[in-house]
Design a protein around this ligand. Sequence first.
Ligand SMILES: Nc1ncnc2c1ncn2[C@@H]1O[C@H](COP(=O)(O)OP(=O)(O)OP(=O)(O)O)[C@@H](O)[C@H]1O
Ligand SMILES: [Mg+2]
Length: 311
Amino acid sequence: MSAGAWTSNGRRRANGRVIVCGNEKGGSGKTTTAMHIAIALIDSGHSVATVDLDERQLSLTRYVDNRRRWARFKGITLPVPHHFHVSPAARAAAADVNSVLVRELKEGIASIAASHDFVVIDTPGANTFLSRLAHRMADTLISPMNDSFVDFDVLARVDPLSHEILGYSQYALVVLDARRSRLHSEDASLDWVVVRNRMSMLASRNERKIDSSLRQLAVDLGFRVTAGISERVAFREFFTIGVTALDDFESQVLRTEPTMSHLMARQEIRGLLKALHFPLDESNRMKADARRRQAASVSRPIALPDVFAKC
Ligand SMILES: Nc1ncnc2c1ncn2[C@@H]1O[C@H](COP(=O)(O)OP(=O)(O)OP(=O)(O)O)[C@@H](O)[C@H]1O
Ligand SMILES: [Mg+2]
């Protein structure tokens, strides 16, 4: 176990908040959300690490790479989180729940959390071991969800006529299990936030039904639903140059002139950050600084096991 990450009774020491972007449904917006939340938190003056556990696609790793490359090309400064992804050796071993590498991975995430204010973890759109592991370490779980009953189905099955909830789906059970495990092993709670993503500008009858089913399910499963993120071409264009809606559009960061849609996207992400209820005020920053000074004085700097590759 890495120094300083856990107490003798197996509980994690007070350290940075672990934010996991998760949803077994592919393409729901996990990577896009992870990058936006990471940059928003850096913007508000916090130290942020990102971890890519989507070992097949490594999309968050590409997003961060693209950002570095674009900043170099344009000769501008773009803040970048300390980014980690799983090394190829660990990817192969991650299927074996009992492997030493998997234990090291857990410890690695814990030591990253011990030396940053926030760790943002991106997970794959599938029920993998690494994804379940991340869910069990989350303080906040953000589940973006496309505005469709196809996506809703990952959380619960509904009656096609009455829209009554018939039963929970596999992903909801994974989260409930993670919440139980965290409460049991660390006496810590999991704040689960569902974010409706790619919402259309005009609310349709279908969307209103999703909204009402989601609110009903929120009570049953214990998650919060935030105001959503709209469908905007800008979000798709950001990836290739590694930028986000939070970046300073005036400093030639975009390939095009900023539009109203860019500004609206920024508003929506700021709204999401607010809804996450993270302690971002000055007193919290001072506490975080004190914690970092304390950690630096009693332990060595972050020593990651080989399972992580840093980029
Ligand atoms: N609000 C949005 N408006 C428009 N496009 C979006 C929005 N959010 C995400 N996208 C686009 O949708 C696609 C899927 O998003 P993203 O890669 O973030 O999802 P994901 O959940 O990480 O997918 P996967 O499960 O494959 O990892 C990407 O092309 C992304 O640019
Ligand atoms: Mg992804």
